[in-house]
Design a protein around this ligand. Structure first.
Ligand code: AKG
Ligand code: FE2
Length: 391
């Protein structure tokens, strides 16, 4: 089922629109009511998938799980993951470190500001969000976050030789060394789990189980602790604006004891709540890279966060993305034609396209400003600006 093809097959005259950013550009969807022209059969709930068998020794068992996953990825683009390799204890320790980090005085958090790293890793304050997104008032406190990810210069992640021009990617709060320990521990469990899920997607696309492994060897992963205070009742901006992820897929840990607020957009323009469920660990979604690999079969579904719960909300997305050097080619079944239109820069290495998306979303970041000063056209933006240095 190609959701976007259905969407485009109707003449839209007037009505209410939901707007979002997806695939690196603005998009919109008409809000339709039952019986109205263009009302489609779309999801109104998110399926729960049991991952007990993710590494089952019998390939037939793994194939069955792959089929279940493919159905969710195709019809919803979101799924809950239950019975995963992530223990309750690890989850508790990770959330407790996150709460402690976000509770640090602003000056201590600012020591690990994302403005200090070439790839915008580190702490993003409430004020940074308000400035970057133009969302609400300058003093809005919609969300704050921290990003860490793959870093070849960190011996916890990589023990091999490091090229001399590669700079550290991550930055850490010097006043809370346990924060690094906690996120490293969590990251080291998530990375292999994500690789196993990638293999399920390989199977579901009719490929050898390991066929996509070479595109995700030292991938551009990111782990992003987020903190959303309860929104002011008069605050119209979302805590996280409607968007699709630029990842292969995303595994979001939502704390069960916190407020909910994640919402997923269906094809009729309705927001479907996706709160933490007692029986599941992760809320997961297809990202743009998997949508591309699957030739549009798996949908990078739009979502947002609005914390109307009246409680603090902490969440922890793990973005699994390809290697910077990977060039992704849509998988087209034998005897069929490609269904999707080519997208800009699709023959470029993913690192370069990632850079274009990241810097667009971080226009006040020094790397983005330097690119602007140099007057570099987007076609010349390169991933190595984030790891080495700009000209
Ligand atoms: O906080 C969440 O639950 C989701 C955040 C999100 O969508 C993102 O970081 O891309
Ligand atoms: Fe997202």
């Amino acid at each position: 089922m190609s959701l976007s093809a259905k969407e485009e097959s109707y003449d839209i005259v007037d009505g209410k629109w939901v707007t979002f950013r997806a695939g690196g550009k603005p998009g919109r969807r008409l809000v339709r009511q039952p019986g109205e022209p263009g009302w489609v059969d779309t999801f109104d709930r998110i399926p729960i998938i049991d991952f007990t068998n993710v590494n089952h020794p019998d390939i037939e068992v793994r194939k069955k799980l792959a089929e279940e996953l493919a159905e969710a990825a195709e019809n919803v683009g979101f799924w809950y993951a239950a019975n995963t390799p992530v223990s309750d204890q690890l989850i508790e320790e990770t959330f407790s470190a996150m709460e402690k980090f976000f509770a640090l005085p602003a000056e201590q958090k600012a020591k690990a500001s994302w403005m200090k790293t070439p790839g915008a890793r580190g702490y993003e304050s409430f004020a940074d969000v308000a400035q970057n997104e133009g969302s609400g008032k300058a003093d809005a406190t919609l969300r704050e976050s921290f990003i860490m990810g793959d870093d070849i210069t960190d011996p916890v992640q990589w023990q091999g030789a490091v090229p001399a021009d590669i700079k550290p990617q991550n930055i850490w709060p010097p006043d809370m060394p346990e924060f690094k320990q906690a996120l490293d521990a969590y990251y080291s469990v998530m990375a292999p789990f994500a690789r196993s899920i990638l293999r399920l997607f390989s199977l579901s696309l009719g490929l050898e189980e390991t066929a996509l492994d070479h595109t995700h060897e030292f991938p551009m992963n990111a782990l992003r602790p987020l903190h959303y205070p309860p929104q002011e009742p008069d605050e119209s901006a979302a805590g996280f604006l409607a968007h699709a992820d630029f990842s292969t897929f995303t595994l979001v840990l939502q704390g069960k004891k916190y407020g909910s607020g994640l919402e997923v957009l269906n094809m009729n323009g309705h927001w479907i709540p996706a709160p933490a469920l007692p029986q599941a660990t992760f809320t997961c979604n297809v990202g743009d890279y998997l949508q591309h690999i699957s030739d549009g079969r798996f949908v990078s579904t739009v979502h947002r966060v609005v914390n109307r719960s009246g409680q603090e909300r902490y969440s922890l997305p793990f973005f699994f993305s390809p290697d910077p050097s990977a060039v992704l080619v849509p998988v087209v079944p034998a005897g069929q034609k490609r269904k999707t239109e080519p997208i800009p820069y699709e023959d470029d290495p993913i690192g370069d396209t990632y850079m274009r998306r990241l810097m667009f979303a971080r226009r006040f970041h020094p790397t983005a400003k330097r690119i602007e000063e140099l007057g570099l056209p987007q076609s010349e933006w390169k991933y190595n600006f984030l790891t080495g240095s700009l000209p």
